[in-house]
Design a protein around this ligand. Structure first.
Ligand code: PXP
Length: 245
């Protein structure tokens, strides 16, 4: 219960690769390095416009990496069919808008209830472990329970964008959300915008079991190398876990 897993999101290795259209840097090589550096899982988002991760990358991750793959996808039939064909260890359903730079905000489970229910049932019936990427909002969590998903991932974007002295209320909102999810028997993950400075307070919330971190780690790898960047993140996470909240 107390161990906090780190899922390393490798999307932006593919962003750099795609800037030149060739094979390098290879996101699967990054996943292998992350695996050797102690990552607990690999996360990759196959976007509708394939702006970073491509179909072939997901197939290679499934074939070449031993760590569990957390496959991030929009709630579309195309993505559902890919998930059903490849059967990754976990599927994280995220909102997706074509023009956004990154995933802006969480899924609105309330307005999309029927569509999500159908997709979740099909994934669940095929043995896929589903997580829903949502805001730390009690109504969303209550709806996640009605969708009968085992996991939610709380969007930490608002928390990470606030200045340090203004984070307190958002942190409380996240803590309340985690407690409520636990009461409803839902496992809680978190992610978005986390870095060495802001990860500690999130990591110290003991009922969160997994963090998914991408952009900062891949950027930091330019300076430290990916192994060192991951190692440092894991150390901060482990140290923060000892703090009582
Ligand atoms: N979790 C989810 C569901 C995401 O969509 C993303 C961004 O792709 C992340 C975590 C990681 O966010 P970041 O790249 O800001 O660390």
């Amino acid at each position: 219960m107390n161990y906090l897993r780190l899922g390393v999101n490798i999307d932006h290795v593919a962003t750099v690769r795609n800037a030149r259209g060739g094979e390098s840097p290879d996101p699967i090589k990054a996943a292998l390095i992350a695996q050797n550096a102690g990552a607990d899982g690999i996360t990759a988002h196959l976007r509708e416009d394939r702006r970073h991760i491509k179909d072939k990358d997901i197939e290679r991750l499934m074939a070449e990496i031993e760590l569990p793959l957390n496959f991030e996808m929009a709630a579309t039939n195309e993505m559902k069919d890919i998930a059903l064909r490849l059967k990754p260890n976990a599927v994280c359903i995220v909102p997706e808008k074509r023009m956004e730079i990154t995933t802006e905000g969480g899924l609105d489970l309330i307005s999309q209830f029927d569509r999500l229910k159908s997709i979740c049932h099909q994934l669940n019936d095929n043995g896929l472990r589903i997580s829903l990427f949502i805001e730390p909002d009690l109504r969303q969590i209550e709806t996640a329970a009605r969708l009968e998903v085992p996991v939610i991932e709380l969007h930490t974007g608002t928390y990470s964008e606030l200045r340090a002295d203004n984070k307190k209320n958002e942190l409380k909102r996240i803590q309340r959300a985690v407690d409520y999810a636990n009461e409803l028997g839902i496992e809680c993950h978190a992610g978005h915008g986390l870095n060495y400075e802001n990860v500690g307070q999130i990591a110290s919330i003991k009922k969160i079991t997994e963090l998914n971190i991408g952009h900062f780690l891949i950027g930091e790898a330019i300076f430290l190398g990916l192994t060192n960047a991951i190692d440092k993140m894991k150390r901060i996470m482990a140290e923060s876990r000892k703090i009582e909240v």
